[in-house]
Each structure stands twice: as C-alpha cells, then as structure tokens.
Ligand binder design. Structure first.
Ligand SMILES: Cc1cc2nc3c(=O)[nH]c(=O)nc-3n(C[C@H](O)[C@H](O)[C@H](O)COP(=O)(O)OP(=O)(O)OC[C@H]3O[C@@H](n4cnc5c(N)ncnc54)[C@H](O)[C@@H]3O)c2cc1C
Length: 448
C-alpha cells in the first residue's frame, strides 16, 4: 500500500457529468443538455456507443414488442435509428425499417425484425447528436476515482493525456456499464456469483450471407468442441450489415471484466478462439473459400458486472409477468437472455411481455446527487438479463438525463423531482410509457 496525494486542476464544473458514452450515456447526456443543463460526458474510448461500437456489432434489442413489431422505446432511440437510416424519419411509432440480416429473427418473423446497424454509422450519428445537443464531450478520459461525502458526490477524478484531472458536477450520472463511478463513490452494489461470459465478436469479409449459414457454422463448432480443439463458445450468431460480410457473436470467456486479469484473458482467449473457428470453417465449408478475417473487437464485451442497489431493485417477476409500475420511466421488452458461463452453443431466451422500468432503479440508495442508467442499474441478475440491452439502456439514459435536468432547474435532488414531471417530459420528447396493444399473444423461442 502507498498513500498518494497531489493537487489536481478542476477542469470543469458542469451541472451534469455523465460518465461513459455508451448507449445509456448518449441518452443521458443528450436528454440532460436538451433539458437545459450544462452537460459534459467523459468516455474512455475515442468514440461513443459502448459495446455497440466497441465490439463490432449488435442489434437494437428491446426496441420492439416482438408480438407486433411495435416500438416500446422511442425518443432518442428513434432519432438514432433515423440518423443511421435504419428507420424512416418522422413516422413516430409507425416505424418502417430496412430489413437488416439477423438470420435467426428474419427466419422467425421476417416482416418485423429487430434492427441492426453498422457501428461506423452509429459512431457518426452519436457524434452528431451529442454536438447538436450542446454536450461537452471528452474522449480518451477514464474515471479513476470519485470523492464523495455523506452520500453526496463532490468530485470525479479522471485520467487522460493531461494526467489526472478533477471535475466537479452538481449531478453525476454513472453510465459506465460497470458502475465504476457509483462504486468508487461508495454506492452499494451486487455482483452475481456466476456472471454472464464475455465475448469478442469478429467480422468476416468475402462471405455471402445465406439463411443456412448459422446451422452450418454451428455444426462445425460442435464437432471442434467435441474433439477438444475449441473451448467454450456461443451460438454462433451470424449477422450482416452490408449483405456482403458477416459478423459473428461466437466466443465465450467466463470471468468478471472489473478484474483486469479476467478482461485481459477475454481479449487473448477471444482472439484465439475466433481464429480457431475461422480456420475450422475455412477447412470445412466451401462458402468460406475466399473468406477473409477482417477484424475483431476492438474490445471484448462484458454483459454483466456490478449492479448498483437503488431505491427499487427490478426483479425477475417484474420482468416475466410484464408488471406495471407507477414511477415507470421506460418500457423493457427484450427476452430473458442469460448467456451461460459453463455451456457451449445456444441457450434458452424465453420471451417476456413488455414490462415497466421504474425510476427507483436509477437512484442509488443513500446518495442525493447520483443516478445510474444502463447495464449497471438496480436489478437482480435475472432481471438484468433482459434490461441490459441496447435500446433499453439508451431509453434508461434518456430518463436519467431528463430527471437530472429537471432536478437542476428546480434546484432539487433527483430523488425529490416529481415523477409525473419526468414522465411528462419523456412523453413530450417522443418517449413511450404505455406498452403497445397486443392482446394475449405470446412469442416462441427461436428454432436454434
Ligand atoms: C458481447 C456482447 C454482445 C451483445 N449483443 C447485444 C445484442 O445483440 N443486442 C443488444 O441489444 N444488446 C447486446 N449486448 C448488450 C449491450 O451491448 C449492452 O448491454 C449495452 O451496451 C449497455 O449499454 P450501457 O450504456 O449500459 O453500457 P456500455 O455499452 O458498456 O457502455 C459503457 C460506456 O462507458 C465507458 N466506460 C466504462 N468504464 C469507464 C470509465 N471508468 N471511465 C470512462 N468511461 C468508461 C465504456 O467505454 C462505454 O462506452 C451485448 C453485449 C455484449 C457485451
């Protein structure tokens, strides 16, 4: 142990500081700035989008009620999808979008697929929406510590190419996915004993997408695993943005990304396994003859780590039964999707009806100027297996940013802001707080 002390420059005193510019962070920063708060976001990567952009690709899960294809999250999610050309602009809830190539879901219900979009388009749309909202963005800046006093955040210590810096916000919104800022401020958190595994996605060029590809690549992986030539793997889940190349969600490394050693291993193991898969497919499948390993990562992604304890902890029954809540600030709709850390291949992803995510899950207990949104919000591990996904994280961010701006303008702690005022502001910004009409219909599992 050493004791280290140093005087640091206070480089900014924003009303609202958002830590992490992932899905939740973009939603939070844009909503806070549009609500009139002087807003800054700091992000350790050189681009926004979190694991959507840092891990080759992803779908906008949680965006629609799969029974009808009607959206359950609007607002900034609509805007991002419009900016990326995935949905037609200005149609509100009557969305029409380009079919995108998620083989599993196209096969299940081709007319209402869950949108995917290229991470490069996402990065650009994020730059634009943040700039237009007037958010001060600082990339390559990592939260290193938080000074708090008696349940009140005073300063955030960050590290970047200037060395160590301090930022003194009135309100802090933790959107780091791992709850780094809240945990280091002293907020209570939980972590499951068995966390969902990490994955490093990879993208293969000169490979024509076809609907049999998933099955054919899966058969090869199963044989490689049985023969002891491949370790744990996921799916595989192939998808395409261009129609001319495929990205694979297929590696699976157990561990905790808040352990630097585990996360390092996920990178090394992920690269090893991705190449092992690619070489096996090239050996065994004629369609891979010209295939070229284009890229991986850049970062192995983590699905689950710290869950900050809030005024309310969303639980699995809330999700499985589609429960309604008075302080709803967002609707979740993605399946219970818990990747196992000890089994290869496909796992069950039971469908659930749309459910309410309450404001209390964004308010860490015992803190008066701290909010959380996205993957680190207050939920049990099972509930988070649904609420952790892309569109839901962005909607949660929008709710947190909206609440923070209202708190700043009323000079109140976020916990004291009238929930009806938050809900009204979300609806006024094209958000959705009523689940779509869909009767008693249910949706089955994909036919893996
Ligand atoms: C491998 C993988 C595949 C997935 N596939 C899908 C999918 O197909 N569909 C889907 O809907 N969802 C998918 N998800 C889930 C989804 O990507 C995440 O749950 C979602 O990104 C959560 O958003 P978030 O903003 O809470 O967190 P993140 O996306 O993790 O964003 C957190 C941001 O904070 C930054 N950050 C972290 N720590 C610090 C720090 N200390 N200082 C500064 N910045 C920091 C990060 O760089 C990042 O930009 C997947 C996740 C993984 C890991």
């Amino acid at each position: 142990m050493i004791t280290y002390s140093k005087q640091l420059p206070v480089v900014a005193e924003p009303d609202v500081l958002v830590c992490g510019a992932g899905l939740a962070g973009i939603g939070a920063a844009v909503a806070a700035a549009r609500g009139g708060a002087k807003t800054m976001v700091i992000e350790r990567n050189g681009f926004a989008g979190g694991f959507f952009t840092a891990n080759v690709g992803s779908a906008f899960d949680g965006f629609v009620d799969e029974r009808t294809g009607a959206p359950v999250v609007g607002g900034i999610v609509f805007e991002m999808l419009e900016r990326m050309g995935v949905i037609e602009p200005g149609n509100g809830r009557n969305i029409s979008y380009n079919v995108n190539g998620d083989f599993n879901f196209v096969a299940m219900h081709p007319e209402r697929v869950i949108p995917r979009c290229d991470p490069e388009r996402f990065k650009r749309a994020a730059d634009e929406i943040l700039a237009e909202a007037g958010v001060q963005v600082l990339f390559h800046t990592q939260v290193a510590d938080v000074i708090s006093n008696d349940g009140h955040v005073e300063s955030v210590i960050a590290s970047n190419k200037s060395g160590l810096i301090a930022i003194e916000p009135k309100i802090l919104i933790d959107c780091t996915g791992d709850g780094d800022a809240a945990a280091w401020a002293g907020a209570e958190f939980e972590k499951a004993e068995s966390l969902q595994p990490m994955s490093l996605h990879f993208r293969i060029a000169y490979l024509e997408p076809h609907l049999d590809l998933r099955k054919r690549t899966a058969e090869v992986l199963s044989r490689e695993f049985e023969a002891g030539r491949l370790g744990l793997y996921a799916g595989p889940y192939p998808a395409t943005f261009s129609g001319r190349d495929i990205y694979f969600n297929a590696t699976r490394t157990p561990g905790d990304n808040t352990s630097p050693e585990d996360w390092t291993q996920a990178e090394i193991n992920g690269r090893h396994d991705a190449w092992t898969m690619f070489e096996a497919w090239k050996r065994e499948l004629p369609e891979f003859e010209d295939a070229y390993f284009m890229t991986s990562g850049p970062v192995a992604g983590a699905r689950e780590s710290r869950r900050i304890i809030g005024d309310y902890v969303l639980n699995e029954l809330d999700v499985a039964e589609g429960r309604r809540k008075e302080d709803v600030v967002l609707i979740g709709a993605w399946r219970m999707d818990q990747h196992p850390a000890d089994k290869p291949g496909y796992h069950d992803i039971p469908w659930i009806p749309p459910y309410d995510i309450p404001y209390g899950t964004l308010l860490p207990v015992s803190f008066d100027n701290l909010l959380v949104a996205g993957r680190c919000h207050s939920a049990t591990s099972a509930a988070l297996s649904s609420s952790r996904v892309t569109a839901t994280a962005m909607g949660m961010g929008q709710a947190a940013g909206t609440a923070a701006a209202l708190a700043i303008s009323a000079d109140q702690p976020p916990r004291d802001v009238n929930v009806t005022a938050i809900q009204d502001a979300i609806i006024a910004a094209d958000g959705i707080l009523e689940p779509p009409e869909a009767g008693d219909a249910e949706v089955g599992n994909p036919d893996w």
